[in-house]
Design a protein around this ligand. Structure first.
Ligand code: NAD
Length: 361
């Protein structure tokens, strides 16, 4: 306010409809600790599975991406006719060099009936949780039964969540870690100490995949990288390839795609963003939701290589926001109430509401 401004007439207290619960990063951290991370990951996996079972009920569209030389900013919307959700998320692999994260996100859940938001939330942590839960869901349906050893290639922000979700949902007991940056692997070893997992740092991707029944690639590089070569993938392995999620950004040698059975979230988005962008447009894929509902076959033999070409789809974020909304119901005071929605006394008198707060005099 400048010296010449008159004080504004305070706006009357907004109605309850005007307030939207906001889940901050701090609130999200406290909520996850209250529930317990393994329980939260298992709950999210079940929640996503439940929503994948009713896949046809959702509006679906490939996410809306704004690309630049160094990254991407995306909007991910969906609705089941009762609720609507969207997430804002970025992917900037070079950010870590400036001390910033590769991926950050926030999102909104709304009522379709009124269009009013129900929830506004941080989604950087929630994305790590739901991405790990989606990997666990794919592995639950596709990995060899009794898989105990997982290789985790790329030990950045997502890595611990990936390992812990597979421990909680699939029952892995060992994780073999590799990252081109030994500091990232050391961080992961430290963070997973006490998790109950046997944690084995490796000095190459070749070493990491030794004896692994599940291989997760979660590296960040804005180019067609080959993190997994064809000779590193033996019969019967399940791969969660989740780091390649943009045009021009992949992790697997095309020869692996030629040998594997590929499972995807939403083909129109995955063909643009996933590993299969390296293959012809008609490359066969199976939609994961159809495996979950029994409409399509999952793993058919012990020697089959199954590949979940995960790019992250809006329904997973919808599930995560619905999970959060329900979890908040039992958590008093976890969210801040934001005065986000204008609430004129007469809904058509928005101007009148503005004038209530004009400077006096
Ligand atoms: P991050 O930058 O925190 O970690 C990435 C790690 O990969 C870094 O430690 C880096 O050193 C390592 N790395 C890069 N090239 C490598 C290589 N050739 N071999 C081994 N390690 C290598 O990023 P993050 O938040 O962990 O995300 C990782 C990737 O996953 C990103 O590309 C991101 O866009 C993607 N992602 C996908 C989903 C999804 O739903 N599929 C969700 C979140 C993030």
């Amino acid at each position: 306010m400048t010296m010449t401004d008159k004080p504004a007439t305070p706006r009357p207290a907004p109605s309850a409809q005007a307030f939207v619960p906001f889940v901050s990063v701090d609130a999200m951290m406290r909520l996850v600790h209250r529930i317990g991370l393994p329980t939260a990951l298992a709950q999210l996996t079940d929640r996503i599975e439940g929503d994948f079972r009713r896949w046809p009920e959702f509006d679906k569209t490939p996410r809306v991406a704004a690309h630049s030389e160094i990254g991407v900013i995306e909007l991910m919307p969906t609705s089941d006719g009762t609720h609507y959700a969207f997430k804002y998320v970025n992917g900037h692999p070079s950010n870590t060099r400036a001390g910033l994260q590769t991926v950050t996100a926030f999102g909104v859940l709304a009522r379709v009936a009124t269009g009013y938001p129900l929830l506004f939330a941080e989604m950087t942590l929630l994305t790590a949780l739901r991405t790990a839960a989606t990997s666990a869901l794919a592995a639950r349906h596709l990995a060899p039964k009794g898989a105990k050893v997982m290789a985790m290639i790329g030990n950045g922000a997502q890595a611990e969540f990936q390992a812990l979700a597979l421990q909680a949902v699939v029952g892995i007991d060992t994780v073999r870690l590799y990252d081109t940056d030994a500091g990232a692997t050391a961080k992961c070893v430290r963070n997973l100490a006490g998790s109950g997992l046997s944690v084995i740092p490796c000095t190459s991707a070749e070493e990491a995949v030794q004896g692994a029944q599940i291989i997760t690639t979660c590296t960040a590089d804005k180019r067609l990288a080959t993190v997994l070569h064809d000779n590193m993938v033996g019969a019967g392995v399940h791969i969660n390839a989740i780091g390649g999620d943009c045009p021009g950004k992949t992790e697997l040698a095309p020869a692996i795609l030629a040998r594997a059975s590929t499972f995807v979230e939403y083909p129109p988005q995955t063909r643009i963003e996933g590993e299969i962008q390296q293959m012809p447009a008609e490359h066969p894929v199976t939609e994961l939701w159809q495996v979950i509902t029994g409409q399509a076959a999952g793993r058919a033999s012990d020697r089959q290589i199954t590949l979940f070409d995960g790019v992250g789809f809006a329904i997973e974020d919808f599930s995560a926001l619905m999970w959060l909304h329900e979890a908040l119901g039992t958590e008093t005071g976890a969210a801040q109430m934001l005065d986000l929605i204008a609430d004129p006394d007469d809904p058509r008198d928005l101007y009148g509401m503005l004038m209530r707060s004009r400077p006096e005099g």
